[in-house]
Design a protein around this ligand. Structure first.
Ligand SMILES: *Cc1c(COP(=O)(O)O)cnc(C)c1O
Length: 368
């Protein structure tokens, strides 16, 4: 009998979230961002639900090969472009479009021997200061690319640092418009946060939007807005079962370091999920969890294979929890109750993205 921990991937929710993302930019084409193995969901598990997208965007050439192996013939974009010259051969063979963010990538293209000119997305560093050409250098990079026989179409892209927050996108959007002014080619600027919060402005929308986290049912701007505020449904459930129950007396402590001490008699449950499953070790007493669909809290420290949960609210709800009772770490319980991944992430000082991506290989995953 395997340990009772499971992840479930909800494919109908993925398809519904894709539709929801499209409604924010109905006249733009949509990249489904499936980097990091589809944000931990598994490319092979999500792609059928997401094949209504106009293209798949990712970073890793092996992941691009996997998407082609699934039978996808449409566009695939390498968001960081190529890493070494021989990657360009794969771009030719698999017809991959790729970002160009630095001179070295233009050098590689210039030296590349191919019969098949490539489509590239030239990246502007509009203020995030990770990848891309500065506004001063952008047009000369474009001119260099435009002179290469190895390149056919040149599109334009940039990435927003504050689409989810109060600073917003206006300053970067302005830099993008100035740098790309009068240059031919399609534009792509919006990630999920920009798509949901700013793309109602048709100009900012561009020709292609790049939706990642929204497809996976997490709000890019939690806690300001929640996934359900945005009409997004959870796509990943992490659930397990109780392995044991302990009756504590006032003063008794729980777990490593005795981080939690009972103030009054109480019952706690021991659930088969720990940081070796990808549950965040920084989650502390108070982090929400569902037991038989009833909302309660973690108590004490997360250990490698177990967490401890307060059963008092569950008993108060009339549920008698015992060995085998379902525990939902995030996502949807069998009762239908939902615990948003964003709430768990927030309590652990991180974001939904990280929890999804950190799902450990030892957790069996079922797509449904
Ligand atoms: C990951 C990524 C996205 C998607 O971001 P989300 O916040 O998940 O929507 C978009 N564009 C680029 C360049 C990315 O690297």
């Amino acid at each position: 009998m395997p340990r009772p921990i499971r992840a479930h991937i909800h494919t109908a929710a993925l398809a519904a979230n894709l539709e929801r993302a499209r409604r924010s930019a109905a006249d733009a084409r949509l990249w489904a961002v499936v980097k990091a193995n589809a944000y931990g969901h598994g490319i092979e598990r999500v792609w059928d639900a997401l094949r209504a997208a106009d293209g798949f965007a990712l970073l890793d050439l092996q992941e691009a090969e996997r998407v082609r192996a699934l039978g996808w013939r449409g566009p695939i974009l390498l968001l960081e472009g190529v890493f070494e010259p021989r990657d360009l051969e794969l771009c030719s063979r698999l017809s991959l479009w790729h970002a160009v963010h630095c001179d070295e990538q233009i050098d590689m293209l210039a030296a590349h021997k191919t019969q098949q000119p490539q489509r590239v997305f030239l990246k502007l560093n509009s203020g995030m200061n990770r990848l891309g050409f500065t506004p001063e250098r952008y047009r000369s990079a474009w001119a260099r690319l435009n002179a290469l026989t190895q390149v056919d179409e040149i599109s334009h892209m940039t990435h927003f640092s504050d689409a989810d927050g109060p600073r917003g996108i206006a300053h970067q959007w302005q830099a993008f418009c100035t740098a790309t002014q009068d240059l031919p080619g399609e534009r792509s600027v919006c990630n999920s946060a920009a798509l949901l919060r700013h793309a109602s402005d048709a100009q900012v929308r561009g020709d292609w939007v790049r939706a990642g986290i929204a497809l996976y049912g997490s709000a890019p701007d939690f806690p300001e807005r929640s996934a359900s505020d945005w009409g997004l449904a959870p796509t990943m459930t992490l659930s397990t079962r109780l392995l044991g129950v302990q009756q504590l007396q006032a003063g008794d402590s729980v777990g490593y370091g005795s981080r939690f001490r009972a103030e009054a008699p109480m019952r706690i449950g021991i659930a088969a999920c720990g940081y070796a499953d990808g549950y965040p070790r920084h989650a502390d007493t108070g982090t929400p969890v569902l037991v038989h669909g009833v909302r309660t809290r973690l108590v004490g420290r997360v250990s490698m294979d177990m967490v401890t949960v307060d059963l008092e609210p569950v008993l108060a709800a009339g549920v008698e929890p015992g060995f085998g009772t379902q525990v939902t770490l995030w996502g949807r319980a069998d009762t239908g109750a939902v615990l948003p991944i964003d709430e768990v992430a927030h309590a652990a000082g991180t974001v939904g993205y990280e929890l999804m991506c950190a799902l450990a290989p030892r957790v069996p995953v079922l797509a449904e």
